[in-house]
Design a protein around this ligand. Structure first.
Ligand code: BMA
Length: 325
């Protein structure tokens, strides 16, 4: 059993369809998680998975039928068929001031040094970035809110850079946020965050309203491969697509390349129709380094969870020819 999170021989996978030239292609049996997988759920989407003990585990956003947003644990043998806890994760925390529930959503999970860290959008007088950890996906510990409200899309890098923990985030407002750029914050201890740096802002078209980091960035020899969502405001509301950028390995606030087009936009029924139409929102990626395969997990229309595939060499090659910084 491999303990290296980037060696995943059992990564879910389908080859690119023969008639497709897409850089990212969808799993043919999407969505993999229906909205009603557990009895209490209204919707299950924007969720995060990691390899765990030769199989897979994850933290899932489940909105219940009261429309409360919360996080549930999940396990899978194949990373496609999931069993989810019926009750939300209970976060162990000695300080009720920060540990009590307001809302929790859009988790990310990363193996970092000796444990799995979880970050999510945490309600504390407005949305901010909650940070917690688990060793075993049984006991979950809440650490702190990393940043002040209002902030969303907190995404950790999978290792320290220059001796510091590094987190991407997207300062926001208390509502639906008609703006938003990606920043980096750094920390010596996962509690105190500072040395904030601007990474990149909105651009035209599919990423003209706001952008936000998606899965944990993937380390490649050429830089950190970051998938991120971009939002366009149409006359019918927000449209969430996702694309890719490459960040400097040592100074990840420096953008080396940034794809001009989206790589996946809401076009299928489960991306276009649901509680919030026209949303493809990635929160996780499995990466099997030996075969270069990537499986991306994304929410469809704020209702279901879907899967898409690519190879890191294909994205890097595409970025070489399609970059506009
Ligand atoms: C964002 C977040 C996401 C959601 C998206 C589209 O602000 O709330 O969870 O997927 O809006 O509704």
């Amino acid at each position: 059993m491999s303990t290296n999170p980037f060696i995943i021989p059992n990564i879910p996978w389908q080859e690119r369809p023969a008639n497709s030239a897409d850089v990212i292609w969808r799993y043919s049996a999407n969505p993999i998680i229906p909205r009603d997988l557990i009895p209490t759920s209204n919707s299950i989407f924007n969720s995060a998975v990691v390899p765990f003990e030769g199989k897979f585990a994850g933290v899932f956003r489940c909105d219940n039928k009261k429309r409360e947003m919360n996080l549930h644990v999940g396990f899978s043998e194949d990373a496609i068929n999931w069993t989810l806890g019926h009750d939300p994760i209970e976060w162990l925390c000695d300080d009720p001031e920060i540990g009590s529930y307001q809302y929790r959503y859009d988790p990310r999970v990363v193996w970092l040094e000796d444990r799995y860290y979880v970050t999510w959008c945490n309600g504390y007088h407005g949305p901010t970035i909650g940070v917690g950890y688990t060793y075993d996906f049984k006991k979950f510990h809440f650490l702190e809110n990393a940043l002040l409200p209002f902030n969303r899309n907190g995404v950790l890098f999978p290792r320290k850079i220059n001796g510091k923990y590094v987190m991407l985030s997207r300062p926001s407002d208390n509502g639906h946020t008609p703006f938003g750029d990606i920043y980096i914050s750094q920390s010596p201890d996962m509690i105190h965050w500072g040395e904030h740096r601007f990474v990149m802002g909105t651009k035209g078209g599919w990423q003209s309203t706001k952008i936000g980091a998606g899965p944990i960035p993937i380390e490649t020899p050429e830089g950190w491969l970051m998938f991120y969502h971009g939002v366009l405001t149409s006359c019918n509301g927000f449209v969430y697509s996702f694309g890719a950028a490459l960040l400097d390995l040592e100074q990840p606030w420096k953008v080396i390349r940034r794809g001009a087009s989206y790589l996946l936009s809401p076009q299928t029924l489960y991306e276009c129709v649901g509680d919030v139409p026209n949303v493809a929102f990635p929160c996780a990626a499995l990466y099997d380094q030996p075969t270069d395969r990537i499986a991306i997990y994304y929410g469809g229309a704020d209702t279901v969870t879907a899967l898409a595939f690519t190879k890191s060499a294909d994205v890097l090659e595409w970025l070489k020819h399609n970059s506009e910084i």
